[in-house]
Design a binder for this molecule. Structure first.
Ligand code: FAD
Length: 232
């Protein structure tokens, strides 16, 4: 079925972003306003995601460059301290945080989407799944599935912002990861518990660790990714 048969789907755009999460919307908002940008998102919105809603100082700064002040626009509250409760090893640490804010993740996604939609010509297509793309000298053509109908959009720039398991990696023949490892390092000193990070193997199937070296505290984990899933 041709794209022209769905009036919501343009034939062509300058930038086509796959994935309407924070990365995709931040990329869309970062493009010059003279370009017309389309974002496609396979989920129906609002969509809940596994997220603690913690913004690091870098994230706060990045949102600032997009014109978003998390304290005023998202009701962000300061998170002065994280408490790590390591039930596996029967230990607890208090980790002071500086410049971290706690926000509602749904509110963050919604704020980014509204900012994007305020741009002239912005198109956000939810419940629209990217199926595959072809590339030629003229640009890219993305195949889509929306409401059970196939369609396509031509674009000059294609951005993959599909999250932890990159969709385009599989389309380009590269193997996707089978697990994602994360590690954070904090100075292990200071008072005041507020945000709790709990390590407990009896409560989670993930492999998590908390290592106290004496000078700092390393927190990490390995999260297995299930085949056929795009994200968490
Ligand atoms: C338990 C947990 C706690 C976390 N806590 C925090 C935290 O406190 N602070 C923090 O900053 N981060 C946290 N994260 C990480 C955070 O959730 C992710 O880093 C963030 O969502 C990544 O944003 P993204 O835009 O890259 O990906 P996503 O939010 O995953 O967005 C990708 C989007 O692409 C869409 N998509 C995928 N495939 C297709 C397709 N074929 N066609 C169309 N659309 C597609 C998906 O539906 C999805 O909406 C946490 C994660 C977990 C698991």
């Amino acid at each position: 079925m041709s794209a022209a048969q769905d009036p919501n789907i343009p034939d062509f755009c300058d930038v086509l972003v796959i994935g309407g999460g924070p990365a995709g919307l931040a990329a869309a908002l970062s493009t010059p306003s003279t370009l017309n940008v389309v974002v496609v998102e396979r989920r129906e919105l609002p969509s809940r995601k596994a997220c603690d809603g913690i913004l690091t100082p870098t994230t706060v700064r990045t949102l600032g460059t997009l014109g978003i002040n998390p304290a005023t626009d998202l009701g962000g509250l300061p998170l002065p301290t994280m408490q790590v409760i390591d039930r596996d090893n029967d230990r607890t640490w208090q980790v002071p945080l500086s410049g971290h804010l706690g926000v509602n993740r749904l509110g963050l996604d919604d704020c980014l989407r509204r900012r994007f939609l305020a741009r002239p010509g912005a198109v956000f297509l939810e419940q629209t799944r990217a199926l595959g793309f072809t590339t030629s000298v003229a640009g890219h053509r993305l195949e889509l599935l929306r409401a059970g109908q196939r369609a396509s959009i031509r674009t000059r720039h294609l951005v993959d912002a599909t999250g932890a398991l990159s969709w385009s990696r599989r389309r380009t023949g590269q193997a996707g990861p089978c697990a994602v490892a994360l590690q954070a390092c904090y100075p292990a000193q200071g008072p005041c518990p507020r945000f709790d990070w709990i390590f407990d193997r009896s409560a989670t199937p993930y492999y998590l660790w908390a290592i106290h070296t004496g000078e700092d505290l390393k927190l990490g984990g390995v999260f297995p990714l299930r085949a056929g899933r795009h994200g968490w």
